[in-house]
Every structure is written in structure tokens, then in C-alpha cells.
Design a protein around this ligand. Sequence first.
Ligand SMILES: [Zn+2]
Length: 345
Amino acid sequence: MNVAIGRSNRNCCGPCWVTHLIPVLLSLTMLSIGCSSSTDGAHRAEAIPASQPASSQANPNSLAGPPAGAQLAPTINAARAMGYLKEIVAFGPRPIGTKNHERLEEYILAHLKGDEVEDDRFVADTPAGKLPVRNIIAKYPGTKDGVIVIAGHYDTNYPLRDTGYVGANDGGSSAAILLEFANQLRGKKRDGYSVWLVFADGEEAVKSWTDTDSVYGMRHLAARWQKDQTLKKIKALLLADMIGDQDLNILRDQNSTPWLEDLVYQAATKLGYQSHFFEQTAPMEDDHIPFVKLGIPSADLIDFEYGYGNVFWHTPQDTVDKLSPKSLQIVGDVILQTVWFLDAR
Ligand SMILES: [Zn+2]
């Protein structure tokens, strides 16, 4: 993931400025922050407007409350999700084009056995040459016409592939939560929209983050679904990224769709988890962007304050000991509750 920086839309090889931003965000209205990263050196952020809590934003949806007649969603088994996460991390670094990545593909498919699965494989042109990319899509039918997509990436950082980096939070947490969602969704037909789980591949930049060196899988999928008209069926996209941090602060992404983020906040409030949501606001570049560009309502749920100053992000310190099953519980339950709210809209 990444952030769009001010008007210039420059990147920081990830939204690294926002982590510097957070400690002072509440006291400043405009600021300029420098940052550096492990993969493409230092950049400079331009003036960024300070955050506003969701409740203060003038959007009628935030005042409307949950849709009438909405049902309570099931809650996930967070211990089981954490078990998946640990098994995924045990494969080691999992960037595209590696044996470990292939092992994880097989692991995911083995856990989706018996489900309807679409395999979306292609070869991407990257700064490191042609590399295989594979989105895995598990489909769970509903009674209502339309599809809600829940997505998260399973690849890990490419430039750090030889550093011992395992991406427990960045890549591991999103893959694990999707596997647990599959457990909650399989079985009898949903009384609501169909839900498709997209295990997105190639989210990470191969060299450094640009529009063409990032989100390889989701760019490919959005273009394909536009071409074959599948996009018309999609009512909403919920994206999970870096959701395992034991100090959980999901930010409000300015590139996401306001009414859908409001609905997420209502779901969080319904479950008593709202203190973990939307204290900070920032524009994120992540797997949702290709769908946002094509007009699909999208919400990126990401915690981009991973350790003080985001020190664990894209470093070999992104390990399981920084994470908590409680955080998986919170984000997992809020995502499912948002789906159940969408059913009733
Ligand atoms: Zn990353």
C-alpha cells in the first residue's frame, strides 16, 4: 500500500509519511513531513490536511445509523485466524515469483477445497522482468442479486525478499483473515448478496511504488471484470491490509468511498469497536484503487501506524509477536457486519 501525497501524487514507497504525521496530526491543520524508507530512499510529503473524526464529517450516511432490518453478522474465530497467520508466516518470505509464494498458493487452495474458486493467473511485466501473478477468488452465493467483494493481498514485499522479511502483518494478516471469512461463509446460501473473497496477488511494488509498479493483481482483475461486465454486479469492495497490529488503529482512507466508510464505522460502533477506527485520516494507495477508478464503492481498512513511527512496516521486524488475535477479531467482525449491513441497504 501507499499514500497519495498531496497534489503531486508522489509516493513514499508506501504511506510512510503518515506515521510521522500521526503524533502531531491532532494539533496541526497543515503540515509538511519528510520521510525515508528501506526501498526507495527519502521523499518529501507536501501539505496534508489534518484528520477529522468520521462523526464530524458532514455526510448524511454517518447520521443515518445502520440500515433498518439489518441482521447481526457471525463473529470470526480469531484463534483459528491467528493459527493460519502463523502457518503462512512459517513459509518465510513470499514475494511473487518465488517457491514460497507457490507453497502459499497451494496452502490457500487447500483451505478452499470444495468451494467455488476462480483462478486468475497471468504474467506481469515488472521492473524485474516477467513474473507470475495469481489472484485466487473464492465465491459464496447469496439470494440477492449482486456481489460484495472482500479482498486482501497475500504476497509479501519483493525488494526485502533476501532480508528475512516475512510480512506477518503486511501480507500475512490479510491472507489469514480471508481464510477465516471462508469458514464463516461456506455452507448454506447466504440470505443476502453473494460474497467473493479475493486473495489478491502482486500488491507490493517490485522496485518502488508507482502506478505501474504496484497492485499488479487487482489492476489486472479490475480491467478483466470491466471487460467481461462482471464489474456491473459488484456492489462494494472491502479491503483489509495490515490489520493484525496489537495496537489497532484503522485509518479513514480519503481515497475510499465516504458512504461505505460511514457504514464500516456504523458496524464498528454496533460492535463496540469504534475506538479502533478512523482517529486518523490519510489518502491511501492500495489494492482498492483500480476499482475506485472504475467507480466501485470501496473501503480500505488499513492500520498504518505499525509500531511508533511505523517502524515495523517493510522491515524484518514485521513479525508475529507484534500482532494480536484480538485485532483480527475486531477487523474481521466489523467487515462481516458491514457486509450484513450492505445486505439490508
Ligand atoms: Zn507492503
